[in-house]
Design a protein around this ligand. Structure first.
Ligand SMILES: C=C(O[C@@H]1C=C(C(=O)O)C=C[C@H]1O)C(=O)O
Length: 427
């Protein structure tokens, strides 16, 4: 039996900050805020959690959601109850190091207290498999949260460790393969940057900076015990409302400039650049092919436009479709992930190369991260511009699409730029 009840919230910014800080002391805390800023889900604690096995993850989580639907006995609308979490990018390669602990295969949570923020209102949904403790959800929430801890901002001495030279070597190897194997069109290769501090990172402060400095991108957070995954991705994998599906092909990268004229020139050059256009076209084609099998209408506008976030701009094609009645949200995720924006083309050749050439297992990096409601709607973003924080260490991930015409040194600079959103939070 699963019970739920709903209360409208009117919290001040200070109250929000305090509740988040207290929530982050729980073993489970999760955030999904969409790029438009029009929808937020925040999960405190857990009524239930689900850890997929790598091979069958999408159908397993879909089945778990169906089971939760069956258990629910409540007057709260199923649209107001959601699971939050992320899948893993792939299974771990045999030689890869794995920093992900309990998150390694992905992780989903049905929160004990769930906040849903929309433009219209903010509500607190209390969920329990037992009886409600008191007649008042807010009283239950107060009693559930640990007390406010003192938060001391500290001057940080950070040590950064990266293997840029080894990675450039791996890119060179991939370029050679792309030039000799006519089957292989694109491989997205990622690298890591480890940042160590003398004191533990204060996660509530990282999240405050995330929201202050990164507008127009998703804010994704998943805390499990002492591990926290954080992403400021601009990239949508899928949003589903009823049968209406939206996805996007995002690939090809140029820097931003602070001067608007210079910034526009960089964007215009990106739109004209043959190598980047090819990188992005591969993604458009693959998404179109995958969606053709599971949709009844499909709209793919041409040519691409620009998607700008704080440090970089990308080529971007928003794609909409009507989903077939027999397919659910997780069926779409399974069909699309990994797109050649994060894997490569064909995936069957690119993914083994990624597992062999990247020393660190990607875990949640580049994987689908989002929410799914008990009504079947939901959204998954592609969890790039992301890091795994654990105590005094943060592991940042950044990748770049490699095609036959790629220059390894340029890809090193591009990935350095893609570390910046998370690096900003840590400094
Ligand atoms: C892999 C990343 O980004 C992806 C790769 C891009 C590219 O190769 O140009 C652009 C956007 C993303 O789809 C990343 O940010 O780590």
């Amino acid at each position: 039996m699963l019970q739920a009840r709903k209360t409208i919230l009117t919290w001040s910014a200070t109250q929000w900050h305090d509740y988040e800080q207290r929530g982050l002391q729980l073993d489970n805390y999760a955030v999904f805020e969409n790029a438009a800023g029009s929808l937020g889900w925040i999960g405190f604690g857990a009524v239930a959690t689900y850890t997929p096995t790598a091979a069958n993850a999408f159908t397993e989580v879909a089945a778990w959601l169906t089971q939760l639907q069956a258990e629910l006995t409540s007057v709260v609308a199923p649209q107001d109850i959601a699971i939050l979490g992320g899948f893993s990018f792939t299974a771990k390669g045999a030689q890869q190091q794995d920093a992900w602990g309990a998150l390694a295969n992905g992780y989903f949570v049905l929160p004990r207290f769930l906040v849903k923020k929309t433009a219209a209102q903010t509500v607190l949904i209390e969920l329990t498999q037992a009886e409600f403790a008191t007649a008042d959800s807010l009283a239950d929430f107060e009693a559930f949260l640990p007390p406010l801890a003192s938060e001391n901002p500290v001057a940080r001495a950070l040590v950064q460790t990266e293997q840029a030279t080894q990675w450039q070597q791996a890119v060179t190897e991939v370029v050679q393969q792309l030039q000799t194997d006519p089957q292989l069109e694109k491989v997205v290769l990622a690298r890591t940057l480890q940042v160590s501090s003398q004191q533990p990172f204060v996660v509530s402060q990282l999240l405050t900076t995330l929201r202050q400095t990164h507008a127009a991108v998703y804010h994704l957070v998943l805390k499990v015990a002492d591990q926290v995954f954080i992403s400021a991705t601009p990239e949508r994998l899928v949003a589903l409302k009823g049968r209406q599906l939206a996805t996007a092909a995002v690939a090809g990268t140029a820097p931003r400039a602070s001067d608007p004229v210079a910034d526009e020139a960089l964007g215009a050059a990106l739109l004209r650049d043959a190598k980047n256009r090819r990188e992005q076209q591969i993604v458009v084609t693959a998404i179109r092919q995958q969606l053709q099998n599971i949709t009844t209408t499909l709209s793919v506008p041409t040519p691409p436009r620009l998607l700008k976030s704080q440090q970089v701009q990308h080529l971007y094609t928003p794609i909409t479709a009507t989903l077939q009645a027999s397919v659910d949200l997780f069926g779409v995720v399974a069909a699309l992930h990994p797109t050649p924006a994060l894997g490569g083309q064909p995936a069957a050749l690119a993914l083994p190369l990624i597992q062999r050439l990247e020393p660190q297992y990607r875990g949640l990096f580049g994987a689908p991260f989002g929410y799914a409601t008990l009504a079947g709607d939901g959204e998954f973003a592609v969890a790039i511009r992301s890091m795994l924080v654990q105590q005094k260490t943060a592991l940042l991930f950044a990748g770049a699409g490699i095609v036959a015409a790629s220059q390894p040194a340029v890809e090193v600079r591009e990935t350095a730029l893609k570390f910046e959103p998370m690096l900003q939070l840590l400094k």
